[in-house]
Design a protein around this ligand. Sequence first.
Ligand code: HEM
Ligand SMILES: *[C@@H]1O[C@H](CO)[C@@H](O)[C@H](O)[C@H]1NC(C)=O
Ligand SMILES: *[C@@H]1O[C@H](CO)[C@@H](O)[C@H](O)[C@H]1NC(C)=O
Ligand SMILES: *[C@@H]1O[C@H](CO)[C@@H](O)[C@H](O)[C@H]1NC(C)=O
Length: 321
Amino acid sequence: MLRRTMLICLLVAMLATLVQGQGTRVGFYSRTCPRAESIVSSTVATHFKSNPAIAPGLLRMHFHDCFVRGCDASILINGSNTEKTALPNLGLKGYEVIDDAKTQLEAACPGFVSCADILALAARDSVVLTGGRSWQVPTGRRDGRVSSASDTANLPGFTDSIDAQKQKFAAKGLNAQDLVTLVGGHTIGTTACQFFNYRLYNTTGNGSDPTISALFLPQLQALCPQNGDRTKRVALDTDSENKFDASFFSNLRNGRGILESDQKLWTDTSTRTFVQRFLGVRGLAALNFNVEFGKSMVKMSNIGVKTGSDSEIRKICSAIN
Ligand code: HEM
Ligand SMILES: *[C@@H]1O[C@H](CO)[C@@H](O)[C@H](O)[C@H]1NC(C)=O
Ligand SMILES: *[C@@H]1O[C@H](CO)[C@@H](O)[C@H](O)[C@H]1NC(C)=O
Ligand SMILES: *[C@@H]1O[C@H](CO)[C@@H](O)[C@H](O)[C@H]1NC(C)=O
């Protein structure tokens, strides 16, 4: 009888853990480090004032962390052949912000706050600083003890088809709506010319990419001349790169997407409906981008969260203990 009760309790606890997302919960630090979230947000705000580019940088860093071995701060580890040395991660920005927040958190409540949680909180704070809507971030992630460059191969690529993009997101428990919503993160930040200049010229012998608006093409060619500086940076959301809003989606509708993978969200009818819903197209159930973004971020932030003995609370974010 007693054993059966215990078994049921255990099952209920396991189920609750699953429902909440592998053990994270809002306010995880309310007893152990009540100032944890405010320390992170004030640190991000201070750095943002002198360098607004850290906001898109930190949002993208959290995405690249979560898609590789789960949201476990494996992206932050220094060393040869760690994730941060891999090609898709070379442009990431904001490591110094995470280190700064960690230093202050270790002074306030040593050994309690994980680097993985700092990344999740800093991503939310970055969205708020650029004018997006806030959301509650469940916390309680622990930091991973493994980081390997080769694991980054499954990150989505800028030439990926919609089927490939959907597959990579589905593999992380994210559906087509989450895909469109989260790629909407490209409403802030920039890309280097090298990731889209092949679309602008007769690179393959088939002319420029016909999905680029005829009016927009010469503007982009002026920004990224053929054989020009491949590292020059261009806004991903033309005319609204500093504001977290739905204008990225109107740009897609108007053939003004920058990355091939972004413009395909409009070309492909299965993802286009979500773009249209964010734009409030008549006849479709409207979706509010800034509301949906927080919901999809909570899902993304719970990918592969570690809670057990395969993990730790790092003392320094760039090194395992
Ligand atoms: C199909 C999925 C995605 C692809 C192929 C993709 C690809 C890219 C590429 C090529 C860049 C430019 C990088 C550079 O020049 O340094 C970029 C930038 C960026 N990405 Fe994505 N991305 C994807 C999804 C996401 C998601 C889900 C988020 C966040 C929720 C995100 C946030 C960002 C941000 C904020 C930037 C600007 C970074 C900066 O200005 O420093 N991306 N992305
Ligand atoms: C980790 O590497 C970065 C540069 O990539 C450097 O600024 C930082 O000091 C390093 N951290 C440690 C603890 O060595
Ligand atoms: C150009 O387009 C044609 C027809 O779509 C295709 O068969 C051919 O492989 C393309 N050429 C290149 C170099 O991509
Ligand atoms: C693109 O290149 C191909 C092969 O070199 C050529 O036949 C074609 O006329 C070019 N198209 C344009 C629009 O320049």
